[in-house]
Design a protein around this ligand. Structure first.
Ligand code: DGL
Length: 268
């Protein structure tokens, strides 16, 4: 059994693109419809109600576009709106989030103290701590809000003195002393992975969320007979709610300069 319909992926901006890249690498026959809600960025400082409203509209859009599965490539949306998203998606669409597969994987590893850096919304929800400690209560989970990182990334300051000073200010924090692993609990932060690794002198295991999540997608699609056929030719469609330099540049850098981005308002 196979299913060549697209996988829908959404985030507030460039964060989810790193997950699309991993889908492309491991599932080259799958088509993708991406929605980057750049108009409402950042999600991480908004109320649960606002994030839920945006996430529900995007889910409806992806459903109208015949997606077989939806990846919520945004921790803040997962933490605030998972139930509502699943309700709108309905039983026939597989909904995958970015928190539970990571919590599941890490709970089975030999870890003692895990740091999680994330947006204010995600930290306030305690989503990682709850998800990990529900599975393994011997792991100490330290959550830290690092909200300035999203604008640093969206404004194109990755790998610059600005990202360095913001990262150092946040991460040289007593609370994180002694961690053996760090979860990048905001999909945007995957763009800073190399810098974070350097900052910890490669002594801390940076959890590879895109790989874990995409392996979970593979499992869910194959379990439900919904993987694309081996001869399917993949197509990529990128929608954004507002055109910014950063999303155009990052999308083209990751997927080739011929990629087109389509501006689409959530209000239509
Ligand atoms: N990338 C998103 C997340 O994982 C949201 C970042 C933001 O818009 O604040 O939380």
């Amino acid at each position: 059994m196979s299913d060549n319909r697209p996988i829908g992926v959404f985030d507030s901006g460039v964060g989810g693109l790193m997950f699309v890249k991993e889908i492309k690498r491991l599932l080259p026959n799958e088509s993708i419809i991406y929605f980057g809600d750049t108009k409402n960025l950042p999600y991480g400082d908004k109320s649960n109600e606002d994030i839920t409203k945006f996430s529900v509209s995007i889910t409806q859009f992806l459903k109208n576009n015949n997606c077989k599965a939806i990846l919520i490539a945004c921790n803040s949306a997962t933490a605030s709106a998972l139930k509502e998203i699943k309700k709108i998606a309905g039983k026939d669409i597989i909904v995958i989030d970015v928190i539970s597969p990571v919590a599941e994987k890490i709970s089975f590893e030999l870890r003692e103290k895990i740091g999680v850096i994330a947006t204010k919304t995600t930290v306030k929800s305690g989503a990682y701590k709850k998800a990990i400690r529900k599975r393994n209560k011997h792991i100490n989970v330290i959550e830290l809000a690092t909200p300035l990182l999203v604008p640093v990334i969206e404004e194109g300051f990755v790998n610059t003195p600005i990202s360095k000073v913001v990262l150092e200010t946040y991460l040289y924090n007593k609370k994180l002393e002694g961690i053996d692993s760090l979860i990048l609990g905001c999909t945007h932060y995957t763009h800073l992975e190399r810098e974070i690794n350097q900052l910890f002198n490669k002594k801390v295991n940076i959890v590879n969320s895109p790989l874990i999540v995409v392996n979970h997608i593979i499992y869910m699609l194959s379990k439900n007979g919904k993987l694309a056929s081996k001869d399917a030719k993949s197509e990529y469609l990128f929608y954004i709610s507002y055109t910014t330099d950063s999303i155009v540049k990052t999308t083209k850098r990751l997927f080739g300069k011929d990629i087109q981005l389509i501006e689409k308002s959530l209000e239509d």
